[in-house]
Design a protein around this ligand. Structure first.
Ligand SMILES: Cc1cc2nc3c(=O)[nH]c(=O)nc-3n(C[C@H](O)[C@H](O)[C@H](O)COP(=O)(O)O)c2cc1C
Length: 223
């Protein structure tokens, strides 16, 4: 119940007021993102936390001048791995085994199968897959912010190539995926704040499907 209220409260804030959010709320939001699930537990992403006004001003220049980038309290930049490698995967698995007090060999077959599957898919696929994983953490951060009554604006409207150059990500093994400014709404200047939240009606959004439905559809198509 509470989660649905939080998700109804939140909206993609168009105008923020520059107020800072307390450290405990920021940490709570980051922790929710850190706890997100990821494919094979690889967490092929991390978050850059930026509150330096000088750097935010530069980021705004490559983010279609969106005001939330400079009027926020903190900007979360979700950056994802450029590619998977056997070495990167091994490092994560070894860390997991160490944390669980297990020998590194414990999931060696699983890890090998994973790499055999990923390797031929190529770097472009890897980068996209890693970015998709980062969006799960991104969604968790959005929900956690709403729970803390912190406003947040999901932002894909930026020039990724220019942002990667600005943040010196090129050659680092990471690329920018998505942005999340956190802060507080400036109600008087926000055109969206009182607009109805619009979503696809539930009957279109969630549809029950059975094998019989598929068989019937196949039979009808064959007639
Ligand atoms: C991945 C993603 C990228 C988005 N990019 C932007 C953006 O660049 N600027 C912006 O103002 N809103 C952006 N939005 C906000 C959406 O337009 C907004 O979430 C959607 O219209 C639903 O409205 P609501 O979030 O207020 O409920 C983005 C949302 C998502 C999920």
């Amino acid at each position: 119940m509470a989660l649905l209220e939080d998700l109804t409260w939140r909206y993609a804030t168009k105008k923020m007021n520059g107020e800072r959010i307390p450290a405990d709320k920021l940490n709570y939001i980051l922790e929710a993102a850190r706890l997100a699930p990821s494919s094979s537990g690889l967490q092929p992403y991390k978050i850059l936390v930026i509150s330096d006004p000088a750097l935010l001003a530069k980021i705004r220049e490559v983010s279609f001048n969106q005001s939330q980038v400079t009027d926020c309290s903190h900007l979360l930049v979700f950056v994802a791995w450029d590619g998977y490698s056997e070495e990167r995967i091994t490092r994560v698995f070894n860390y997991t085994m160490d944390q669980r007090g297990l020998p590194h060999q414990t999931m060696a077959d699983y890890k090998q199968n994973l790499w055999s599957m990923y390797e031929p898919l190529g770097q472009e696929w890897h980068a996209q897959h890693a970015a998709k994983q980062s969006y799960i953490a991104f969604a968790m951060a959005i929900a956690a912010a709403a729970e803390q009554r912190v406003d947040a604006t999901p932002i894909e409207g930026f020039n990724a190539d220019q942002l990667d150059t600005l943040l010196q990500l090129k050659g680092s093994g990471y690329h920018s995926a998505v942005l999340l400014p956190l802060g507080y709404r400036q109600e008087s200047e926000d055109w969206l704040v009182n607009m109805k939240k619009v979503r696809t009606p539930m009957e279109e959004f969630a549809q029950e499907l059975t094998l019989a439905d598929l068989t019937n559809a196949e039979e009808q198509a064959a007639q």
